[in-house]
Design a protein around this ligand. Structure first.
Ligand code: NAG
Ligand code: NAG
Ligand code: NAG
Ligand code: NAG
Length: 388
């Protein structure tokens, strides 16, 4: 069943060159861009090349979705779980998420920053037809995992996710580290996912970026960030898809992002908070069926796409690119894994089960200690003498 845990949107990306796209296509792309990019109050160019548009809440892209016609945006959670003091002691290793672009001013009140989609983004992401939709040709066999999971009944989950900048062999492959909050049978799986990913075809560079993903139908549809209406950002100083300014180095300084997802007890919306103080936004309860009675599975770990180019295993790295056995400062970690139970109380699970698609390529080793609770190291180099 886990093999079906596939982020299958836009993952097989045939690079379409400009010359292959006819003029009619150009018109279609323009139309699509007009639809995706909302009228903005202000726009800000940021150092990594992205352009941020500040879009008024009234023109929020969720209103493109029929489900949201009557949706009133929830501007703040009605309840925020008490996070333990244990994390606050680690804040010095939290990767900076206060984003560079805010130097040039935040978005005005009642507006949210949205990364502007360009023509190049669309061309890079294959074709107008599949843009924003899942790709039926995608194949779960391309996805590899090294994860830890727990089963039960949950109202949320949390982890500190170590950040690295892994090598990506080809732009159509990705490497990510994330948390899954899921419920429902495979064919109609509801899944909320958040973490960092390096995915050149999606972002035009290899930087690790904060991303969100959701599906409500077992990956037949769903999408990253704001690529389709669903996730509702409410923060005027933070946007999903943003580059992470600091990442870890081998034997050097370690950075992580503290990631919390929880279900609002009053509205049923699933909220996202990063680094203990950045409330990013929420996934509205109306998107889901199964998650509305709580999550039944939480997973944490790494995933890569292996396209097996030239019939050889990819050299795309997972995590730091080093196996779990190398430990702190060398392998990538997840720690302080906690879940929210049905009473919205934070609990430390004592153990989880591991799942690896190809242990000789990428692996995971979990442990438990007093300070970091349930934690694990994971990752790997991909192709090596045991992984061909
Ligand atoms: C919302 O978008 C419309 C155009 O579709 C524009 O005329 C209007 O000014 C925008 N509203 C705000 C508050 O930005
Ligand atoms: C929105 O509200 C109208 C009027 O109350 C109602 O007829 C319609 O069904 C609602 N639409 C949705 C998607 O809930
Ligand atoms: C923070 O990073 C430094 C340098 O890598 C490391 O020595 C220290 O153990 C880290 N602290 C935590 C709590 O991870
Ligand atoms: C915090 O750390 C202490 C040990 O330093 C541990 O006993 C306690 O269970 C931790 N609490 C949580 C909620 O992680």
């Amino acid at each position: 069943m886990i093999a079906n845990f596939v982020l299958n949107i836009l993952t097989i990306s045939v690079i379409v060159t400009r010359s292959e796209v006819s003029n009619t296509h150009d018109d279609e792309i323009d139309k699509l861009l007009k639809k995706i990019n909302k009228p903005f109050l202000k726009s800000i160019k940021i150092p990594d090349g992205d352009v941020i548009d500040c879009v008024h809440m009234k023109n929020h892209s969720i209103y493109d979705h029929h489900l949201f016609k009557n949706h009133t945006i929830q501007m703040q959670p009605s309840y925020v779980p008490e996070e333990s003091k244990n994390e606050s002691t680690n804040t010095k290793n939290q990767s900076m998420l206060s984003q560079l672009w805010t130097i040039n001013g935040k978005c005005p009140k009642n507006s949210i920053p949205i990364r502007r989609t360009t023509k190049e983004d669309i061309l890079r992401r294959r074709s107008v037809d599949v843009y924003g939709k899942t790709n039926p040709n995608d194949n779960p066999k391309f996805h590899e995992y090294a994860i830890i999971k727990v089963d039960g009944k949950f109202h949320g989950a949390k982890a500190d996710i170590n950040v690295w900048k892994p090598y990506i062999q080809t732009p159509k492959e990705f490497s990510l580290a994330q948390m899954w909050v899921a419920a429902g049978p495979d064919s109609e799986l509801n899944s909320i996912e958040v973490g960092w990913q390096a995915y050149p075809d999606l972002y035009a560079d290899e930087n690790p970026r904060i991303f969100t993903f959701w599906t409500a139908d077992g990956y037949k549809s769903g999408c990253y960030n704001l690529d389709c209406p669903g996730f509702v950002p409410i923060n005027n100083a933070f946007f999903v898809g943003a580059t992470i300014n600091h990442f870890s180095t081998y034997d050097g300084r370690q950075y992580h992002i503290s990631t919390l997802i929880w279900k609002d007890p009053h509205t049923g919306n699933w909220w996202l908070k990063l680094n203990g103080n950045i409330v990013v936004g929420y996934w509205p309860s109306i998107l889901f069926k199964h998650l509305n009675t709580g999550a039944t599975e939480i997973q944490w770990g790494g995933e890569v796409i292996n396209f097996n180019d030239g019939s050889k295993h990819t050299t795309t790295k997972m995590g730091s690119g080093h196996f779990a056995e190398e430990g702190f400062k060398r392998a990538s970690y997840f720690r302080n894994l906690v879940v929210l139970d049905e009473d919205d109380k934070i609990k430390r699970p004592e153990r989880g089960s591991s799942y690896m698609t190809k242990e000789s390529c990428y692996n995971v080793r979990s442990g438990y200690d007093v300070i970091y609770g349930l934690n694990f190291f994971y990752g790997g180099p991909g192709r090596n003498h045991n992984c061909l």
